[in-house]
Design a protein around this ligand. Structure first.
Ligand code: GDD
Length: 392
């Protein structure tokens, strides 16, 4: 497949952060990812492929680059999917412990639930965020200030979908406001979904109950005047919340705005063709395009980047694919048009089907000839659409 670059050797070999003892990471992956349906109907969001590799794998590589090897995955929605893919973590050089909740305990309740695996300073990460945050620097920031908690802050244009964090000139958090309304927005800095915490903060968390960092623990720490800091960073940050953001994260990798060292894809270079992939000599591959293993691209096809195709896909004559992500094992007929859209795995499109404008087709759908799916339509997994059923 796509050549994976040798492990990047970083300057982090002798760990500043380990001076105060090793740091374990808890990754929160229990959410249902409702805004990303239908992609998340049978797959938990962190397991959805990003340039053909599960989103969570990016976070795991990122932690490993900083010498953080002991990982606790806090699961709830489809817990078994994580373990069957990552196993004990040894393939990635990590030790992964899985803790599944029977019912959602909330972001902070989930961490309280794994307290027995923690023994000192630890890091918590939302499992749906992609970032190049400098963890070494953040941990040393946390330690020099004697903080009990440090929140990664990232600037965004619209903070209303996130947790707004106000800090004083020394970086101490003054207030935390989850999902503010526009009239409450006085900064662009939001909670980036990564925290460094001391074990003692968990004493404030009620066990076995649904409790959140955002509405529970952070306000409780502020009320008690405990040292809670914000660590602002301009590192790459993207929450894979919606289909638009899912596509954007692909494009950021393809054009080099975000460069995960392990992936072996240099932004802006094209095309990346996997093993056993056949591209007909009359096909046009333009811009940055990744096509995985065992694909068949037919005569007079145009694939205009940015675009990503998973393994085992076939694309019929005269079809055009543009600005789209197509997951594994999709079969696309002749003279189809796919633009700015997502096909989940195993989708079959017969001839002359259009999928346009941020539409998302769920796993294993069969769309017969002559259908036009547009205007961000979302099609449930396994849907069968008869010939000519939808035309706008
Ligand atoms: N184990 C477990 N149990 N995980 C959970 C639970 C739970 O009950 N609830 C949520 N999670 C996981 C989700 O899978 C996700 O990875 C992460 O915790 C964040 O939860 P969301 O429910 O997706 O929160 P959000 O995206 O609305 O907002 C959060 O993230 C923003 C940054 O992306 C908040 O932390 C905001 O303050 C923050 O700005």
């Amino acid at each position: 497949g796509i050549a994976h670059a040798p492990r990047r050797t970083t300057s982090h070999e002798n760990w500043v952060i380990f001076k105060g003892g090793p740091v374990k990471a808890v990754i929160l992956v229990g959410g249902e990812g409702t805004r990303l349906r239908p992609l998340t109907i049978h797959t938990p969001k962190p397991m959805i492929p990003l340039v053909n590799i599960p989103l969570l794998e990016y976070t795991l590589h990122h932690l490993k680059e900083y010498g953080i090897r002991e990982i606790i995955l806090s699961t709830c929605y489809f817990p078994q999917v994580f373990e069957s893919y990552f196993g004990d973590g040894s393939r990635l050089g990590l030790e992964i412990t899985y803790v599944a909740e029977e019912r959602p305990l909330g972001t902070c309740g989930a961490v309280k639930n794994v307290e027995k695996y923690l023994d000192g300073t630890f890091i918590v990460l939302n499992g749906d965020v992609l970032s190049s945050l400098n963890l070494e620097d953040m941990i040393s920031f946390h330690r020099t200030r004697g903080a009990v908690g440090t929140i990664y802050l990232t600037p965004v244009e619209d903070p209303t979908a996130y947790g707004l964090v106000l800090v004083d000139e020394k970086g101490r958090v003054e207030s935390f406001l989850e999902k503010p309304s526009w009239d409450q927005v006085t900064t662009s800095l939001i909670n980036g979904g990564t925290y460094i915490l001391e074990l003692e903060v968990l004493d404030l968390v009620p066990p076995g109950q649904n409790y959140s960092f955002e509405r529970g623990l952070f306000p409780a720490l502020l009320e008690r005047d405990r040292p809670l800091f914000g660590y602002p960073s301009l590192a790459y940050w993207m929450e894979i919340g919606t289909p638009e953001k899912y596509l954007q994260a692909h494009w950021d990798i393809l054009d080099g705005k975000f460069e995960p060292g392990f992936l072996g894809i240099k932004g802006g270079c094209s095309p990346h063709l996997g093993e056993g992939t056949f591209v007909d000599p009359s096909a046009h591959i333009l811009g940055t395009v990744v096509i995985e293993n065992g694909c068949h691209i037919g005569a007079d096809v145009t694939i205009a980047g940015p675009a990503v195709l998973g393994s085992g896909c076939s694309v019929g004559e005269r079809t055009t694919v543009e600005g789209s992500v197509i997951l594994d094992s999709c079969t696309i007929g002749r003279a189809c048009r796919i633009k700015d859209s997502i096909l989940s795995k195993g989708v079959s499109l017969q001839d002359e089907v259009h999928v346009l404008d941020n539409s998302v087709i769920g796993d294993n759908c069969l769309i017969e000839k002559d259908n036009q799916l547009k205007r961000a339509v979302r099609v449930f997994p396994g849907t069968y659409l008869k010939e000519g059923s939808i035309k706008f």
